[in-house]
Design a protein around this ligand. Structure first.
Ligand code: COA
Length: 172
């Protein structure tokens, strides 16, 4: 059996909560693929190449983690990569309904693929990418929520949005 796992998400940008979960998964599986959705069902601040680059820099200390973009159905991408385990994080009870629906949908689409849930450290249980983006966009300090690569990218992006007056860049 392929000993790899895949953790998919938007990672707009990757947070310390994600890094915590990824570190836990990378400690269990010999190889972890971080699959960054090219076209997630929500608008993004960073395009997919930026989200991949930020995550790669943030995870450079984890040699068994590979970061790559993906298109289309997650289970199809996992199959193409020979992966049978999808990792997801459960931060709080409020995550459960969405995660339950997604895991059962993925199981229906691909009964050979299992979803495995891990809990991030409680220190990060309230962190989300949208909160971090909002703090940065409003000029606040979100450094304690994200890896340095993400904070640098957020500062560059919010400075350039502020100077041009433009809206968000969108990967779609
Ligand atoms: N620490 C910090 N934040 C976390 C977290 C953790 N451990 N786990 C989740 N989050 C946050 C994210 O920051 C994000 O916050 P935001 O919405 O405020 O930005 C939110 O929880 C969920 O994001 P994420 O975990 O990245 O998942 P997602 O919902 O963006 O990704 C996909 C969903 C991409 C995996 C899913 O849409 C997908 O598989 N798409 C492909 C199409 C497909 O196969 N569809 C059928 C499946 S149902």
């Amino acid at each position: 059996m392929n000993p790899s796992a895949m953790y998919a998400g938007t990672f707009d940008p990757i947070t310390l909560g994600h890094v915590d979960l990824i570190s836990r998964a990378a400690g269990i599986f010999p190889r972890l693929i971080l699959a960054v959705a090219r076209h997630p069902p929500k608008r993004t601040l960073f395009d997919v190449d930026e989200r991949v680059a930020i995550a790669r820099e943030a995870l450079a200390h984890l040699p068994n983690v590979e970061v790559e973009p993906f298109d289309g159905l997650l289970v199809e991408h996992a199959r193409r990569r020979g992966v049978r385990v999808l990792v997801r994080g459960l931060r709080a009870f409020s995550d459960f309904e969405f995660e339950f629906q997604m895991a059962l949908t993925n199981r229906k689409l691909a009964p050979d693929i299992e979803t495995l849930f891990l809990m991030p450290s409680e220190e990060f249980s309230y962190v989300s990418s949208s909160t971090v983006r909002q703090i940065a966009e409003l000029g606040g300090d979100a450094q304690s929520f994200v890896p340095p690569a993400a904070w640098a990218a957020l500062q560059r992006r919010t400075a350039s949005l502020g100077s041009t007056g433009e809206g968000r860049s969108d990967a779609h």
